[in-house]
Design a binder for this molecule. Sequence first.
Ligand code: FMN
Length: 174
Amino acid sequence: MSQIGIFYGPQLGSVEKVANLIAERLGKDRVELIPVKNCEGSEINKYDNVILGASTIGKTNWDSEYKDTDWDVFATKLKDASWEGKKVAIFSLGDHIQYPEHFVDAIGWIYERLEELHAHVVGFCPAEEYVFTESEGVREGMFLGLPVDEDSEPENTEERVNNWVNRLINEFGF
Ligand SMILES: Cc1cc2nc3c(=O)[nH]c(=O)nc-3n(C[C@H](O)[C@H](O)[C@H](O)COP(=O)(O)O)c2cc1C
C-alpha cells in the first residue's frame, strides 16, 4: 500500500503538472496519483496521508446540485472517507495577476470542508511569500495549503514545491 494518495483535478493542465512534481519530490515509491474525476470518497481510506489538489476556477459552487468541474463532484464525496488518524495537505493552482482578489480561493473551500470533517490539515504556507489582494485560503497570515501560480509566475513553482514537500515530509512524519 502506498502511504500517500495525491487526489487531484482537473487532468491535463497545470494541476496535473504540479501533482506530478509533488509526487516526484516525495518519491514515487511512496505516492499514488489519483484523478478525482469519477473517484469515490472511500478511495481516500487506502492512504495514511492524503494530498488534495485543485485549480481555482471562478465562482464554482461545490454545494449545489450543479455539477461543473471534477472537484464540484468530488468535494461532495469527501464526507464518505474516514479522516481519523490521517494527515491531509492541500494545494491549489491560481493566478495572482488575473484574480488578485480571489487568489487560490479553492484552498479555503477545501479547508472548510475538511474542518467540518475534523480532518488534520497540515502544509500551511506564509502568505507574505505571495503577492495578492485577498484570498479565502488565508487565515492568520498563513495559506492553509500550497498556492502555485503557473500562469503568472511559473519560475517560482519548483522552489515552492520543493520547500513545501520538505515541510510535508516532516509533518507527515517520515
Ligand atoms: C474561468 C477561469 C476562472 C479562474 N478563476 C480564478 C480565481 O478565481 N482565482 C485564481 O487564483 N485563479 C483563477 N483562475 C486561474 C486558474 O486557477 C489557473 O489558470 C490554473 O492554473 C488552472 O489549472 P489547470 O491548468 O489545471 O486547469 C481562473 C481561470 C479560469 C480559466
